[in-house]
Ligand binder design. Structure first.
Ligand SMILES: Nc1ncnc2c1ncn2[C@@H]1O[C@H](COP(=O)(O)OP(=O)(O)OP(=O)(O)O)[C@@H](O)[C@H]1O
Ligand SMILES: [Mg+2]
Length: 362
């Protein structure tokens, strides 16, 4: 259906829990969404979630089936945006003197090496000039993205297996933020805190028009809530996932195993362990305090949430109450033409950001 026409843009987000595919079409400066699909990677009742991420052999048949459902042949896709996610990547803003392109590339590479957790392979560095430094006239703001050759090659290998031509390959923490900033204005003053809450980890990005870009990965996300329910109810991953979506991320009103008769397992867990929500609060708070200390910023104007876990109203209410700022679960389709019938709109933020980035491919 779509594959014959080259003006279609495809965003593909392969996560550790789910995969999203978004197809858009460009009309002048407008973008129309033609379709959006999502699939959970672990669908069988007895499957266990793997924190190390799914294997290529699990992903390939699902993605091929999704393209089939979209009526597209992967081989015919000419404008693809995909992303790397997980470990061994970093994004950071530096401020440096204006310099010719080759000198900038070498300065940026040296700086980037300091921020990358090593996996033994070479580092790959990309950068983008964000604009002039308003504080020091001769300097520019540069956003560096760095990953390792091993991560990048594994991604290319997967695309090859899918017969997809790599177009734009971004890092996930930037792709989801792109779904917002390519279509929405940042506030004139102050900064926004973006949280991409998938399954394995939460990508936190703080960004303002004038203020420093900051990014950090937090080790609390959707899986933390599922794991908590599994422990309390002694149930399987699939059961806990269902309870979480039906009853809310903290599964309110559900009694832990043995709570009614043999004492409270839940309360003994609560005493020894902080809840995932409280751990999430601690992590976000620590990052914001660090950012405020480093930049002198007075604080956060609002939170914008992406990722599957952002569908949780309980989470949005909790963050709004603890930080006393507005919280918005982002609908990445809001500023696009066309209609899509999907349940969990924030979950598509990364794939939409990637489809928008794929517009840059000629
Ligand atoms: N309605 C819902 N309420 C709460 N959580 C939800 C809901 N729907 C999905 N989730 C959770 O969202 C997560 C999946 O989101 P997403 O697709 O963004 O993750 P991912 O990209 O695969 O993960 P990662 O990027 O961390 O590897 C899962 O933990 C899932 O349980
Ligand atoms: Mg993700």
């Amino acid at each position: 259906m779509f594959g014959l026409k080259s003006h279609h843009r495809v965003g593909l987000d392969i996560g550790s829990h789910a995969i999203q595919l978004v197809v858009t079409e460009k009309h002048g400066d407008k973008t129309r969404v033609l379709g959006a699909w999502t699939r959970d990677i672990y669908s069988a009742a007895n499957e266990k979630y793997d924190l190390d991420g799914p294997k290529k052999t699990q992903i390939v048949p699902i993605v091929l089936d999704m393209f089939n459902q979209a009526g597209m042949k992967p081989k015919r896709v000419s404008h693809l945006g995909s992303c790397l996610s997980g470990l061994n990547m970093a994004t950071k803003e530096i401020r440096t003197l204006q310099m010719p392109e080759d000198e900038m590339a070498s300065a940026v590479t040296q700086e980037a090496r300091k921020h990358l957790p090593l996996d033994g392979s070479e580092s790959l560095v990309d950068y983008q000039i964000l604009g002039d430094d308003t504080r020091e006239a001769d300097k520019v703001r540069v956003l560096i993205a760095v990953t390792t050759k091993r991560m990048f090659d594994a991604h290319l290998d997967m695309l090859r297996e899918l017969e997809l031509k790599p177009g734009v390959v971004d890092l996930e923490p930037l792709s989801c933020v792109n779904s917002f900033i390519l279509r929405n204005e940042l506030p004139d003053d102050g900064v926004v805190c973006f949280l991409n809450m998938g399954a394995r980890r939460t990508n936190l990005v703080i960004l303002g028009r004038k203020d420093m870009f900051f990014s950090r990965d937090l080790p609390v996300a959707g899986w933390s809530f599922t794991e908590d329910i599994m422990t309390k109810l002694n149930c399987t991953f699939a059961e806990a996932e269902e309870i979480k979506v039906r009853q809310g991320i903290t599964a309110k009103g559900i009694k832990a195993v043995g709570q009614a008769d043999a004492g409270s397992l839940a309360s003994s867990l609560a005493l020894s362990d902080r809840s995932p929500l409280d751990r999430l609060y601690d992590e976000i708070n620590r990052s914001i305090r660090y950012y405020v200390k480093e930049t002198g910023q007075s604080g956060i104007m609002k939170f914008v949430l992406f990722g599957g876990t952002a569908a949780s109203q309980e989470l949005c209410d909790y963050l709004a109450q603890r930080f006393s700022v507005p919280v918005e679960a982002h609908d990445p389709f809001r500023h696009l033409e066309g209609h899509v019938d999907v349940k969990n709109r924030p979950q598509f933020a990364t794939a939409v950001g990637l489809a928008l980035r794929a517009q840059a491919i000629y």
